[in-house]
Design a protein around this ligand. Structure first.
Ligand code: NAI
Length: 312
């Protein structure tokens, strides 16, 4: 074993939607490095339809066990509160704790906005957003108690940047970034780190969106190292977003321009004054990343304070 190998011995990882695609590869990778795994998968169709099936999760558990790892299957639906509780209970019953949670389960129901019926909209929010909430809440309680946790949310470039025909999916995926932003604050005191991955990988979710020759380059295995690093004790960050796919990795961030004051903070500026200041409002020069809401408030409230004189 190399000296600097990142290991997960003694750690318990819950991975939702791990019966195939990316989740399966995360589960195999974590198990290979010593983690005990709860392989959750409801086993429905790509759009979430159907009665569910025990087969996908069980198959991955069999693969892990065949390779000498420890894993149990869970077939709960993340879209319900009972499902979320059931998934965490599986971890507690089998292994006594939860150290790592990868919120990965997902479905797609693409339609343009005019064809987006309420149930199509809701079904996607139920799995991605409610699903992450339902599993995270009971897992967070265990992590807080133990003073350690690693949580990975799964967003998408569709949410971060937009993708035609995916308003439901984009909204759900971006909501997870908001979820992370606050959860990172609530977890900070307990060494619970929360980060987000936007994967790009060949899976059944992408099968009819991406041409086959490109799909070949998009092995889920390329995403897993970043997700495993974020799930490890070595993870140096919390509250960050990463794109990962085809061997390429970068960070996405919400940046805020340094902006400008208009007037003296007593008289409300006119619409025309806002128009005239436009370049100063939007210029990205000197833009920064806020850690939380109060950082923005601080900047706003101190913008009018007299600047200390420069000592020459
Ligand atoms: P996948 O369809 O192969 O895997 C998703 C798994 O989630 C399936 O095995 C499915 O049965 C399971 N699942 C669905 N609904 C569930 C529920 N209610 N409860 C429990 N399990 C459920 O898809 P893939 O690509 O591996 O996706 C994994 C995650 O990555 C998803 O959140 C997806 O939105 C996200 N993602 C994937 C991208 C890609 O390029 N493959 C791009 C951006 C995001």
């Amino acid at each position: 074993m190399p000296k600097d190998e990142i290991r997960f011995d003694g750690r318990v990882a819950v991975i939702t939607g791990a019966g195939g695609g990316l989740g399966r590869v995360y589960a195999l990778g974590l198990a290979r490095r010593g983690a005990k795994i709860v392989v959750n998968d409801f086993g429905g169709a790509r759009d979430g339809a159907g009665e569910g099936s025990t087969m996908p999760a069980q198959k991955v558990v069999d693969e892990i066990r065949a390779a000498g790892g420890l894993a149990v299957a869970n077939y709960d639906n993340v879209a319900t509160a009972e499902g979320g509780e059931g998934i965490v209970k599986s971890a507690l019953d089998a292994f006594g704790t939860v150290d790592i949670l990868i919120n990965n389960a997902g479905i797609l129901r693409d339609k343009n906005i005019l064809k987006m019926e309420p149930e199509t909209w809701q079904a996607v929010l139920d799995v991605h957003l409610q699903g992450a909430y339902h599993v995270t809440k009971p897992a967070f309680a265990v992590m807080k108690e133990r003073g350690y946790g690693r949580i990975v949310m799964t967003t998408s470039a569709a949410g971060l940047y937009g993708n035609f025909g995916q308003t439901n999916y984009s909204a759900a995926k971006m909501a997870l970034v908001g979820f992370m932003n606050t959860l990172k604050l609530e977890g900070a005191k307990y060494d619970i780190k929360v980060n987000t991955v936007a994967p790009v990988a060949a899976s059944r979710l992408m099968a009819d969106i991406i041409p086959p020759e490109i799909l070949e380059k998009m092995k889920p295995e390329f995403v897993a190292p970043l997700v495993l690093f974020l799930s490890s004790e070595k993870c140096p960050v919390t509250g960050r977003i990463y794109n990962a796919g085809v061997g390429f990795y970068n960070r996405a961030a919400v940046m805020t321009t340094s902006g400008t004051v208009i007037g003296d903070g007593k008289k409300v500026p006119t619409v025309e004054e806002v128009g005239a200041a436009w370049e100063k409002i939007v210029s990205l020069k000197g833009a920064r990343e806020y850690g939380q809401l109060s950082d923005l408030m601080g900047d706003m409230l101190t913008a009018f304070a007299p600047k200390p004189e420069k000592i020459t």
